[in-house]
Ligand binder design. Structure first.
Ligand code: SF4
Length: 341
């Protein structure tokens, strides 16, 4: 298979042009066709000579490919399955919400983090996605499928994005550079368990929004639910985050799935308030979606409201997240390409 051009930075596209004995500026023209005009064939690249287009088509592919399936939820959410080779696939979820259209992209096939409550974690780790495979999700889902133009991209699909930092950073560069999609970084959110050296690198190199999967402030309980706690304690993650400014443009969200009898009482709310301290953030209280083989149950609406009010009364913005796409197994923690899961 020919190497794909999507997923390449401007510098890489210029190298491609030079290697085909074309002027360097052809690299910029390629970036425009790929990321601004979003063409899916070399023939459409009208300002590149026929000879150069033929050379490109001999040595490279565009890298665009369609999803193998799309499933539409009653609430408008669309779940796509993108093949990644060797019989594997990843899921991408399009979530329309009034004037917003968010695409939830995957960064890995499976995941190493093995969170107890997560369907992707149960698959184990299979492969890293390349920047081309991640960009293809963005180019080939949603608008290319006749849906609204995307307003936001969230790295909250399958995988731990910071476990694939090089490729994720390349995607962020392509999305935000003037020669790429030219998006504001405020349209991008990276969600992580808090993988520490990589989180610092991401915080320093970009100004994208950050979401941290906290789920409980009790260290012992978190280690049971999220083995990553042992290597990256949430207290150390919050200490790192306290050194960054989240009071202006950049946003920090803490994700908190609420389970019945596990983390839905006042004691847990108190621990969470203590953990947050003076760090500016908002807490997303997330309704749990039961998955097979996991004995956790969703908390009640009353408990979630109680937690929200407790946090709000302690000066922390907390919201209960509306559940989307549950009927097509596209809701948080439900993404898995394993049959029957
Ligand atoms: S919740 Fe995220 S980090 Fe944890 S196993 Fe699932 S995909 Fe991986």
């Amino acid at each position: 298979m020919l190497p794909p051009l999507i997923g390449m930075t401007l510098g890489q596209l210029e190298e491609v042009a030079l290697s085909g004995k074309m002027p360097k500026f052809v690299g910029k023209q390629l970036a425009q066709w790929l990321y601004d005009k979003r063409v899916d064939s070399f023939d459409q690249m009208a300002n590149i000579s026929k000879r150069n287009r033929e050379w490109l088509a001999e040595h490279y592919s565009i890298g665009r490919y369609a999803p193998s399936t799309r499933t539409r939820s009653a609430d408008g959410t669309v779940k796509y399955l993108f093949p990644t080779g060797e019989g594997r696939a990843v899921e991408t979820v399009y979530i329309p919400d009034r004037e917003r259209a968010t695409l939830c992209v995957s960064s890995q096939v499976g995941c190493k983090m093995n969170c107890y409550f997560c369907a992707t974690g149960k698959m184990g780790f299979k492969a890293q996605l390349t920047a081309a495979q991640i960009i293809n999700q963005i180019l080939s889902a949603g608008p290319a499928d006749g849906l609204s133009e995307l307003t936001n991209v969230v790295f909250m699909g399958m995988g731990e994005p910071l476990d694939n930092l090089r490729e994720v950073m390349k995607v962020i560069e392509i999305l935000t550079a003037p020669w790429g999609f030219a998006w504001s970084p405020k349209r991008i959110t990276v969600s992580t368990v808090g993988k520490l050296p990589e989180l610092k690198e991401l915080l320093d190199a970009t100004s994208v929004h950050i979401a941290v999967s906290v789920h409980t402030a009790d260290a012992v309980q978190r280690a049971q639910l999220m083995p990553a706690q042992k290597a990256f304690p949430v207290s150390a993650v919050m200490k790192l985050l306290s050194g960054y400014d989240f009071s202006h443009q950049r946003r920090l969200s803490l994700e908190y799935i609420v389970w019945r009898g596990v983390n839905d009482d006042i004691a847990h709310a108190e621990m969470l308030v203590k953990l947050i301290g003076s760090v500016k953030c908002r807490v997303n209280l997330i309704r749990f979606h039961a998955i097979p083989g996991v004995d956790l149950r969703p908390s009640s609406e009353e408990r979630m409201i109680m937690l929200r009010n407790y946090l709000n009364n302690h000066g922390i913005i907390a919201t209960i997240r509306a559940s989307r796409g549950e009927d097509i197994m596209a809701a948080c923690g439900m993404l898995s390409t394993k049959k029957g899961s």
